[in-house]
Design a protein around this ligand. Structure first.
Ligand code: ADP
Ligand code: MG
Length: 413
């Protein structure tokens, strides 16, 4: 979904107050009655004018066929409220290009007031299919149409909380900067997804590092759950680059010096995308763990024709790590205590199962179109099939395809 920020500039204080009132009202009204919007916003005159400005900008939508006259918040309206909050907190100053369109998220490059580039991830859970959700889950009966709003927020809270905890432990993840409603702001990683890399100088080394990362997460009580070539960004780093003043070097010294100035490029994997993370104590933990491992194995075989001689790693050994030291740090436990409760985790998981959210790894079946494509210079990813959209919500209709469009890159020797 696009993020049209034009109206951000001309909305007045009153408009914002009315928009916020529609959001508040929708917590317990599927369609928020106009009179309620008026009373929550405390607006006397001018209410109609605000409503019509907001409706014209597609931030709220009039609902016909209701028993009363009313409005609901659109995705656009929720985006605006989140952006407005980020602006007020000075985390975002401007919004740039969209760099990713996922099935359940949109990714934009943004900048803070100091000009630092960041990434805004907008979670859009439930934009795909509502058909399977018309079940009789408790949370839906209570929340009905506002569930997409609530669930997208849960996904953002979860992702932010995990990213922060992992960053604090020194894991290679983007720095988490802020979270508001269904959005998170994080550091921009200047890197390409592994999926777009056709060659690496040392596949065995990268493979070993990725397996080590899976085990390191498990050692902290966590399984990523969507660990694959879409969610691993590969960054190029030169270590120990130094400026050396010119002097009278011998040839050998000069060569050595040049090497020091130009050390070989190191590929550093950075892990992203955490809404599906599970605790190592999850009932299906072994399934998720094995799936993470086999996604990487399969990708390395197909893309780099690399197969490890070592079996595993296996879930049992990953779990065993936790029993070794008495006081191991358990991030799954820590996260529960710091804002993402077990109840929230259960709700989000049930919803994701209902709407069929199963991460990026399902895209892997589309890998290389079985034609071996993608190794010949520039290639554009193929997204998954068009997904059905059963929702009447017209602003959830566009762009149901996935895929970040970028050039393919080669890190050869
Ligand atoms: P989704 O849940 O939709 O898969 P991701 O978090 O995996 O969303 O992000 C989708 C794509 O956006 C990634 O594959 C990557 O190309 C890009 N992306 C996401 N976060 C960042 C970041 N912090 N820095 C650079 N690119 C990013
Ligand atoms: Mg992803």
């Amino acid at each position: 979904m696009k993020l049209d920020t034009k109206a951000l500039r001309y909305l007045t204080k009153d408009d914002w107050r009315v928009l916020t009132a529609v959001e508040t009202g929708s917590r317990n009204h599927e369609v928020v009655p106009t009179s309620l919007i008026g009373s929550i916003s405390g607006s006397k005159g001018g209410l109609q004018r605000c409503i019509s400005t907001l409706a014209k900008a597609n931030l709220i939508a009039k609902v016909k066929n209701a028993k009363y006259d009313g409005y609901r918040l659109t995705y656009g309206g929720l985006d605006y409220l989140a952006l407005h909050a980020h602006q007020k907190q000075a985390t975002i100053y401007s919004v740039g290009n969209q760099i990713g369109v996922g099935k359940e998220s949109d990714i934009f490059v943004v900048a803070d007031p100091a000009g630092r580039q960041l990434v805004l991830k907008i979670h859009r859970l439930g934009r795909i299919s509502f058909r399977t959700v018309k079940s009789n889950r408790d949370y839906l009966r209570k929340r009905s149409s506002a569930s997409w709003m609530y669930m997208s927020r849960l996904a953002a809270v979860k992702e932010f909380t995990f990213m922060k905890a992992l960053w604090a432990q020194g894991l290679p993840v983007p720095e988490a900067v802020a979270q508001n409603r269904h959005t998170i702001v994080m550091a921009l990683v200047d890197a390409f997804p592994l999926r777009q890399i056709s060659e690496v100088p040392d596949p065995a080394r990268l493979y070993a590092e990725l397996m080590e990362m899976i085990l390191r997460l498990a050692g902290l009580g966590l399984i990523h759950g969507d660990f694959n070539e879409f969610n691993i960004l590969i960054k190029e780093e030169r270590e120990g680059e130094t400026e050396v003043p010119a002097t009278d070097w011998t040839d050998a010294e000069q060569q050595q010096q040049q090497q020091q100035q130009n050390p070989p490029i190191k590929l550093v994997p950075i892990l992203i995308d955490f809404p599906q993370m599970v605790s190592i104590d999850h009932p299906n933990a072994d399934f998720y763990f094995d799936r993470d491992v086999s996604c990487i194995k399969r990708f390395f075989e197909r893309r780099f024709h690399f197969r490890s001689d070592e079996p595993g790693p296996h879930f049992a050994e990953a779990k065993a790590q936790l029993r070794v030291g008495g006081d191991v740090k358990r991030l799954d436990v820590e996260v529960e205590a710091s804002g993402f409760s077990r109840k929230m985790a259960r709700e989000l998981e049930a919803y994701m199962q209902d709407v069929g959210v199963d991460g990026d790894h399902q895209d892997v079946t589309n890998e290389e179109g079985e034609g071996g494509g993608g190794d010949d210079g520039v290639s554009v990813e193929s997204g998954p099939e068009e997904l059905e959209d059963e929702d009447e919500d017209e602003d959830a209709l566009d762009e149901t395809t996935s895929g970040t469009i970028r050039e393919e890159v080669t890190f050869a020797g």
